[in-house]
Ligand binder design. Structure first.
Ligand SMILES: Cc1ncc(COP(=O)(O)O)c(C=O)c1O
Length: 409
């Protein structure tokens, strides 16, 4: 069942007309379907039901606290990459024993916070980080449970800017360094090595790189003879942004994970972000101006790369649909662009599109992940509102930022 779709040519999110919301609230705004988030979470967890994993939602994908609360209610933990995300996850009610902390550059302050909050795992990304954690833990007279992140040198077919598991990428330890670290763990008196973690990239649409990663993990477990209490397999599960995008076969991968869990008697952790929230959000924007170019029409939206960065940053393709469909045609190609003074502030070009008028509203699709969380004040534009729909109810979960708050900095 889809929670975002047309009824009589009018776009609805659950039972709420987007047109009505666009006349009530200042555009642009993010609009989410709570039921869609819940459906995605259930579908992800049912795919892996046999390995009974701890699902730690990757907060970087969408860090709105109300969304974290929805996921907390579903039983989710959190994967965080900063002190701020850690505090937000805890504030949402997620228990520290369901929180893992990744990231290559954790500061002393962040390490101290993670230790103080007693989180499940600090996923260590370098030997020098382990030295720092050990030093802080020793001062605090504590033994800290850590995971060690592997860089498996696997090339996952995805955009080069969101690949994290190749040798040249900054993440994790190479196989050789990781094995040596594990074999010398006793020298870190205040660390307890409870986990091995891995995350090979994002928006991965084939299960093959995940399968290859399991093989590398097996090899490490055999060579170190460590019985890791947790194996954290990261996130990265892709969603379909384009009609022809392949669908990842999670069932098949799930069977392998189940076998792996049984063989090595470990607990499995996943860190999905995009797969939980990606298709559950749209960005509602207004056509500010139409402008004739030499061979196309520009539809200049009032939303730009400051509000939604993925197209500019990753050349990501996000479809844009009208909130009211009509049967008239635009003359010639139409390109949706934003107002920011950068050539890359553009979204998508269509050769054929319906007739649009100035002040019409449109929706940029599949922006629930890495949308609001990646937005900025570039060009001194305020952060836009976020609204969530639950059946017939619309709730503002982030107010549009007051422009005055930007003027004194
Ligand atoms: C360590 C880690 N875990 C999980 C994720 C979530 O990835 P995704 O949203 O593709 O599931 C990321 C994102 O890049 C990450 O860096």
């Amino acid at each position: 069942m889809s929670y975002i779709g047309y009824k009589n040519n009018n776009l609805f999110v659950e039972n709420v007309s987007v047109r009505k919301l666009a006349s009530k609230f200042d555009t642009p705004f993010y609009l989410y379907s709570e039921s869609n988030i819940i459906k995605n979470y259930k579908s992800f967890s049912s795919n892996f039901i046999k390995s009974n994993p701890l699902i730690c939602f990757s907060v970087k994908a969408n860090s709105n606290i109300q969304i974290l609360k929805v996921l907390k209610k579903m039983g989710s933990g959190a994967d965080v990459v900063s002190g701020g995300e850690l505090l937000k996850a805890i504030k949402s009610g997620i228990k520290p024993n369901k929180i893992v902390f990744s990231g290559v550059g954790k500061t002393e302050e962040e390490v101290r916070l993670a230790i103080k909050k007693n989180i499940l795992l600090i996923n260590v990304e370098s030997e020098n980080e382990a030295i720092l954690i050990n030093k802080i833990a020793s001062k605090l007279k504590k033994k800290i449970t850590i995971g060690i992140r592997l860089n498996p040198d696997i090339n996952a077919p995805t955009h080069k800017k969101i690949s994290t598991g190749k040798a040249e990428d900054k993440f994790g330890l190479s196989k050789a360094s990781l094995i040596s670290f594990c074999l010398n763990i006793k020298k870190f008196k205040n660390l307890k090595l409870n986990a091995i973690s891995v995350h090979i990239g994002s928006q991965i649409l084939s299960e093959n790189p995940f399968k290859k990663t399991l093989k590398v993990l097996e090899e490490i477990i055999k060579r170190t003879k460590i019985n890791f209490k947790y194996v954290d397999l990261g996130g990265g599960f892709g969603i379909t942004y384009k009609k022809n995008d392949k669908k990842i076969n999670l069932r098949n991968y799930s069977n392998l994970v189940e076998k792996f869990k049984k063989k090595y008697n470990c607990n499995i952790i996943f860190e999905p972000g995009r797969a939980i929230v990606g298709n559950a959000g749209i960005l509602v924007a207004k056509v500010q101006y139409l402008k004739k170019g030499s061979n196309k029409t520009f539809a200049i939206l009032n939303a730009g790369m400051n509000d939604f960065m993925r197209a500019a940053l990753y050349d990501a393709v996000h479809n844009i649909i009208p909130i009211i469909k009509n049967s008239k045609k635009n003359k010639g190609p139409l390109e949706f662009v934003g107002p920011i003074c950068e050539t890359t502030c553009k979204f998508i070009k269509y050769n054929k599109y319906q007739k649009l008028n100035q002040s019409d509203h449109v929706a940029i699709l599949d922006v629930g992940a890495y949308g609001a969380s990646l937005s900025s004040n570039y060009n001194t534009k305020p952060l836009i509102a976020e609204i969530i729909i639950n059946k017939t109810k619309a709730k503002v979960i982030r107010k549009k930022q007051d422009i005055n708050s930007l003027l004194n900095q």
